[in-house]
Write a protein that binds this ligand. Structure first.
Ligand code: UT7
Length: 325
């Protein structure tokens, strides 16, 4: 059987220039480099400059992905940005990226599934490609979480960072088998009963303000390891694959202990896991495409590798995508 597979043709990322090491927080908060590293694995993060917005980060990452794919922006017919920190309430960041790249055809929209945003965007882009709605899609995760942090709350503000990552997905013919390149399966989940575990306490309709992030970290942690392992297994099951066939896990980068715990539950060694949380912190929807792009730039993936991505975040929303490089 011949089917259409969405194949990753290129990856790119962008990190704002300003790097903030853990030690910087210790001068204003009752915290330490030791605590942050031992509880989260985070050593530093990047923060956007004044006047530098999510769409700027996203556009830089998109250009890098197009370069990596050897493609021109005019070949793109859809732009999807996963973000919870848009420049404006509307229009979508994706339309700003589209304009920034000089694209005047096709369509562009944002997806808001917080830290699971890139997985949701990848699944949606794959669906659009499979349905024949688009041939080449820029899928971007971009965030400026530094704009929604409470700088007096040591339990959250030390954990997040800004950045963007992008992939170019292209429709290519496949056989329908597990050896095909491209996205093989997706598993998406949400459960709105868990809103209070991780949310932003403002918004257009409720307060007319952007609000700041609130998190019950320990509870989110508990859900994370369990739900990430489950969604990863489900995505692999849907593709007819088993965890031992996975070459690389590219997980959401929130906490090294969650990344390790999930890998352990899946029976996968850490040598197969891409970890960037030490350098980026938690960049929400940007974390997976950032990690994918960093690992690709380091030449870690080879054609035919089975890659598993998984993420969880506010909502709660969580999911996984299995794809062949
Ligand atoms: O990306 C979306 C998904 N989000 C996540 O996946 C985050 C999930 N949660 C986590 O990563 C972890 O729960 C945290 C890193 C947020 C916290 O680690 P933890 O081991 O769960 O610590 P805890 O929240 O149980 O806090 C332990 C102690 C507390 O003090 P007491 O109550 O034991 O006296 C906190 O007040 O650590 C204290 N604490 C801090 N101490 C120094 C909290 N934040 C800090 C801090 N520095 N920055």
């Amino acid at each position: 059987m011949s089917i259409i597979r969405p194949v990753i043709r290129g990856t790119g990322h962008y990190l704002p220039q300003r790097v903030v090491p853990n030690a910087e927080f210790a001068s204003t908060l009752d915290t330490s480099d030791d605590w942050i590293v031992s509880r989260s694995g985070i050593e530093r993060r990047h923060f956007a400059a004044e006047g530098e917005y999510t769409s700027d980060l996203a556009t830089h990452a998109a250009r890098a992905a197009l370069d990596n794919a050897g493609m021109d922006a005019s070949e793109i017919d859809a732009v999807i940005v996963a973000t919870s920190t848009p420049d404006y309430t509307f229009p979508a960041v994706a339309t700003q990226v589209q304009a920034g790249l000089g694209i005047t055809k096709g369509f562009a929209f944002d997806i808001q599934a917080v830290c699971a945003g890139f997985v949701f965007a990848l699944a949606n882009a794959s669906g659009l490609i499979a349905a024949g709605q688009a041939q080449r899609v820029l899928v971007i995760g971009a965030e400026t979480f530094s704009r929604i942090l409470d700088w007096t709350d040591r339990s959250t503000c030390v954990l997040f960072g800004d950045g963007a990552g992008a992939v170019v997905l292209e429709a290519q013919p496949g056989t329908g088998g597990t050896d095909d390149r491209g996205v093989l399966s997706c598993d998406l989940n949400s459960d709105g009963r868990y809103r209070d575990l991780l949310f932003v306490d403002g918004g257009v309709s409720r307060s007319g303000t952007a609000g700041v992030l609130r998190m019950q970290g320990r509870e989110v942690f508990r859900h994370a390891v369990e739900k990430l392992a489950e969604t990863a297994r489900t995505a692999l099951d849907k593709a007819g694959l088993a965890p031992e066939q996975v070459d690389w896990v590219v997980p959401h980068q929130a906490n090294l202990r969650i990344i390790r715990g999930t890998a352990q539950k899946l029976g996968l060694p850490m040598e197969k896991v891409v970890v960037t949380v030490q350098d980026h912190g938690n960049t929400s929807a940007a974390s997976i495409p950032l990690a994918l792009s960093v690992a690709n730039a380091e030449g870690r993936f080879k054609r035919g590798d089975l890659i598993l991505t998984e993420a969880i975040g506010g909502g709660l929303s969580w999911g996984a995508v299995a794809l062949r490089w």
